[in-house]
Design a protein around this ligand. Structure first.
Ligand code: GDP
Length: 479
């Protein structure tokens, strides 16, 4: 492992000139593009009190290095990968089931379907769509927190008889934070009490304006129960994904993400992988997260044995040495020896990594991060006991005017700070502000594990003052 001065500086979040100065003080002259050996890297890292293993060898995105860019002309269209989100009881599970049953791959109708965490359907024009089968934004955001971007499009289900509810808003904000396009499925249209206009009205308050009202958000009225409107929903999904020009090259070695994984008594480590580029084949040497192996057997979402899986296809595999985690990346290698080496290195160094040691933004290190130019935007999540307080605080926070920083409120809500808030904060590097509310026990544990900064207050101006001081680097150090 060797790095140039510029690369090392980037990994350390420092200016190259600063690293060169440090080297000079250690008695070594160096230029910006000079290669540094391992000892020198360690020396510099020690100066910055950074563990070499933590910051340099174990990098969650490390595996991408083994998947070099190729000729884009070889890319072909690939199916979109869709996540369904929405408030509890608004019909996510019913919709997932209904889509699956009305659109099973031709020739497989009546076949036993198997839950592997994702499935694929084919429309009348032979166009495929992949659905992640774990409804809810918690799973979505947990994956994103681990660096995986798997979803191309989010369907947000809103029951027409109930309207926009707190988790609807959460789902919208999670999708927006991930910069994923949104389609609104207005569900339960079969109910006499259905009021789709109200849903449209309420969603305008969240920046989602229906096309019929001059906006650009697609609303599709459906009944997940009777199946009405599901065809048009799928049509819209394909329409929106065409705009995104989703492409991949099926002719190369595969790369992708773990959807779920577990230890099976009989089969050992079993993992559902979503192939995102390339084609995965039985027998492929593979590194998955911090484990490795050779693909022994593959089973498709319809429970059939498969020999290969192309872009956007979910597939269950066996043959890994250990159980990876949802959100881990995988890459196929040319030979087993390299796969083993990379896998073992990652496993060893992962042992030394404490997840909480990741540099998350906190009010205490905010100014340093801003100064280093690493951050231009301060992401905040605002929770309060009542909606009025949420709005008052959000308005004041947005008025904060400190040069070089943009305050961005990525989510607000009335009620306790929940695990879902922590997951969103971790994924978006945000600070959570609680006004007259506290985190529940699960949220507290998650925040500690993820190193998410939560600030609790009872006086609004104190909140604003604290954030402003932190942005200006004036925060009392004993805070
Ligand atoms: P989830 O919590 O969002 O996954 O919601 P479910 O799919 O479990 O649905 C909650 C309840 O709403 C169930 O009793 C469903 O049968 C019912 N439901 C879902 N979709 C519809 C629909 O389109 N029409 C009617 N009438 N009921 C529905």
């Amino acid at each position: 492992e060797s790095l140039t001065v510029a690369e090392l500086a980037k990994k350390l979040g420092r200016e190259p000139s600063e690293v060169i100065k440090k080297l000079f003080m250690l008695g070594a002259m160096a230029t910006i593009n000079q290669e540094l050996d391992k000892d020198t890297i360690e020396l510099i890292c020690a100066e910055y009190e950074v563990e070499v293993e933590e910051e340099i060898i174990v990098d969650k995105t490390d595996l991408e290095v083994y998947f070099e860019p190729e000729d884009e002309n070889l890319n072909q269209e690939r199916p979109p990968v869709v996540t369904i989100m929405g408030h509890v009881d608004h019909g996510k599970t019913t919709l997932l089931d209904s889509i699956r049953h009305t659109k099973v791959t031709a020739g497989e109708a009546g076949g036993i379907t198997q839950h592997i965490g994702a499935y694929q359907v084919v429309d009348d024009n032979d166009k495929k769509i992949t659905f992640l089968d774990t409804p809810g934004h918690a799973a979505f955001t947990t994956m994103r927190a681990r660096g995986a971007k798997v979803t191309d499009l989010a369907i947000i289900v809103v029951a027409a008889d109930d309207g926009v509810m707190p988790q609807t808003v959460e789902a919208i904000n999670h999708a927006k934070a991930a910069e994923v396009p949104i389609i609104i499925a207005v569900n339960k249209m079969d109910k006499p009490s259905a009021n789709p206009d109200r849903v449209m009205q309420e969603l305008t308050e969240h920046g989602l304006v229906a096309e019929a009202w001059g906006g650009d958000t697609i609303f599709v009225p459906i009944s997940a129960l009777t199946g009405d409107g599901i065809d048009s929903l799928l049509e819209m999904v394909l329409l929106v994904s065409e705009v995104g020009e989703l492409k991949a090259n099926p002719a190369r070695r595969a790369i992708g993400t773990v959807i779920e994984a577990e230890l099976d008594k009989g089969r050992g480590s079993v993992a559902t992988l979503l192939v995102q580029d390339g084609t995965l084949k039985v027998g492929d040497p593979i590194v998955v997260g911090n484990t490795f192996g050779r693909v022994r057997a593959m089973v498709s979402d319809t429970g059939r044995r498969a020999k290969e899986a192309g872009p956007s296809t979910p597939v269950e595999i066996t043959g890994l040495n250990d159980v990876p985690q949802a959100g881990d990346r995988f890459v196929v290698f040319e030979d087993e020896k390299t796969a083993r080496q990379v896998g073992e290195t990652r496993a060893t160094s992962a042992l030394q990594v404490q997840r909480s040691e990741k540099t998350r933004v906190t009010l205490d290190n905010l100014f340093d991060q801003l100064k280093q130019g690493e951050m231009k935007e301060l992401n905040l999540i605002v929770k309060a006991d009542v909606q009025g307080a949420v709005e008052a605080m959000a308005a004041s926070l947005l008025k904060l005017d400190v040069e070089g920083v943009n305050v961005k409120i990525i989510h607000t809500g009335a009620g306790a700070i929940t695990e879902s808030d922590i997951a969103l904060a971790a994924a978006s590097n945000a600070i959570i502000i609680g006004f007259n509310v506290r985190p529940d026990a699960n949220a507290k544990r998650a925040a500690d594990a993820e190193g998410v900064d939560i600030r609790l207050h009872r006086i609004i101006y104190k909140v604003i003052e604290e954030i402003e001081f932190a942005m200006k680097g004036l925060l009392d150090p004993e805070f």
